[in-house]
Design a protein around this ligand. Structure first.
Ligand code: HEM
Ligand SMILES: *[C@@H]1O[C@H](CO)[C@@H](O)[C@H](O)[C@H]1NC(C)=O
Ligand SMILES: *[C@@H]1O[C@H](CO)[C@@H](O)[C@H](O)[C@H]1NC(C)=O
Ligand SMILES: *[C@@H]1O[C@H](CO)[C@@H](O)[C@H](O)[C@H]1NC(C)=O
Ligand SMILES: *[C@@H]1O[C@H](CO)[C@@H](O)[C@H](O)[C@H]1NC(C)=O
Ligand SMILES: *[C@@H]1O[C@H](CO)[C@@H](O)[C@H](O)[C@H]1NC(C)=O
Length: 329
């Protein structure tokens, strides 16, 4: 009898215990999650996917060897990704019916960048399925590209999760080359970034290029362009079609501080870039980076890491995309 009672007693208590356990379990997560996962970490995948950095470096190297201009495509795409909803890779999701995604807002050159992301993701999924986010797969290669172009090496904090919501065009806040410096600054400020960080990140144009169509209008009449440089561009753009023009006309393919020196010498290619050297707010930073390349490299690394923090999803927010172009079904 006693045994029976005991058993009955136990049976009635068990659900309560289970519930208590569930509650403490939930509390554990509710309380600890914000602390345990509140930041990105260098080496977030150390144990879950130790090969991730190696795989990324190999794919980047291969693509760079095929055509080194993918460096700039990727770098720019990274900026656009983070200035959309945030560095949550939602920009990579192809547009779906009825909703125009950020994808449509980016120029055609980005296509090759998307293809490279697919290539990296496919490799990684084979080794560590559903572990590495698409958002991290944008940040990691960018670093290798910068290094291959002669720029600074740095550690990339990881642990971003992918976004579930596709941003609309209205939500993207990418400054246009027609916007004033103060408007561009408003855009950077709205993402929590400073004026100095804006001027620093513009330094990515040291390996960038544009096309004559964006430059021609300036060539007929612009007093803020050094005359012999103007003649050089007139020559470049007199060729058939829409020739490519490097934004740093001195050391076009090298990641260095020459871009600022070119602004200083009134040899900026795009009108809005040239304004950075004369605007009362930004010119001090342009001057500083013109004089000190080391300082530029240091600040650039910090600003990149800062940019890569915009709107990140962490811990159990968002999800890990299996394919960076479509949501998991
Ligand atoms: C201040 C705001 C910025 C404006 C208004 C701006 C505007 C532009 C424009 C008009 C071009 C030429 C594109 C073309 O002709 O197709 C360009 C190219 C480029 N931009 Fe920016 N940019 C800005 C900031 C940045 C930042 C922060 C980065 C990266 C950290 C970046 C990276 C690049 C790269 C790598 C290119 C060359 C590659 C390409 O054209 O795809 N830009 N940018
Ligand atoms: C991952 O490993 C690197 C190098 O050993 C170390 O610097 C980093 O702190 C580690 N990160 C984590 C989150 O374990
Ligand atoms: C490399 O890519 C750029 C930009 O996409 C293109 O203009 C150029 O022709 C390519 N070069 C080679 C050798 O394929
Ligand atoms: C992108 O390419 C498509 C077709 O290849 C073309 O119709 C469209 O005008 C291009 N868009 C831009 C922004 O160049
Ligand atoms: C040349 O540009 C200046 C301002 O940059 C403008 O005041 C002037 O009217 C322009 N001249 C012509 C002929 O377009
Ligand atoms: C070009 O860059 C080099 C350093 O890479 C510098 O010494 C030189 O003065 C620059 N030339 C011009 C015309 O800007």
């Amino acid at each position: 009898m006693v045994i029976h009672i005991n058993i009955a007693h136990k049976a009635t208590r068990e659900p309560q215990l289970k519930m208590k356990f569930t509650i403490s379990f939930l509390l554990f997560f509710l309380v600890l999650t914000p602390f345990a996962f509140s930041d990105l970490n260098v080496g977030f995948y150390n144990s879950s996917c130790p090969k991730v950095e190696y795989i990324v470096s190999q794919v980047v190297q291969t693509n760079f060897n095929i055509n080194n201009s993918i460096t700039v495509t990727f770098l720019r795409m990274h900026f656009h990704v983070c200035f959309a909803r945030g560095c949550d890779a939602s920009i990579l999701i192809d547009s779906m019916t009825g909703k125009e995604s950020e994808n449509d807002a980016t120029p055609n050159e980005s296509v090759r960048g998307y293809e490279m992301i697919d290539e990296i993701k496919n490799f990684i999924e084979k080794v560590c399925p559903s572990m590495v986010s698409c958002a991290d797969i944008i940040s990691l290669p960018t670093r290798y590209f910068i290094v291959l172009a002669g720029g600074p090496n740095y550690k990339v904090p990881t642990g971003r999760r992918d976004g579930i919501i596709i941003s609309t065009l209205e939500e993207t806040n990418i400054p246009s080359p027609r916007s004033s410096i103060s408007d561009a600054l408003k855009s950077f400020n709205s993402k929590g970034m400073t004026m100095e960080e804006m001027v620093t990140l513009l330094g990515a144009h040291t390996v960038g290029f544009t096309y004559c169509n964006l430059v021609r209008k300036r060539l007929s009449n612009d007093s803020s362009m050094e005359p012999s440089f103007g003649n050089k561009l007139v020559g470049l753009c007199s060729m058939q079609g829409d020739p490519k023009v490097f934004l740093d006309q001195n050391t076009s393919l090298v990641f260095d501080n020459q871009l600022y020196n070119q602004f200083f010498l009134e040899r900026g290619v795009l009108a809005f870039e040239q304004q950075f050297a004369s605007d009362s707010v930004t010119k001090e930073v342009v001057m500083r980076f013109t004089r000190n390349g080391e300082s530029f490299m240091e600040r650039f690394v910090d600003a990149m890491v800062e940019m890569e923090n915009i709107g990140v999803l962490l811990g159990n927010e968002g999800y890990i995309g299996k394919n960076c172009r479509v949501f998991n079904s």
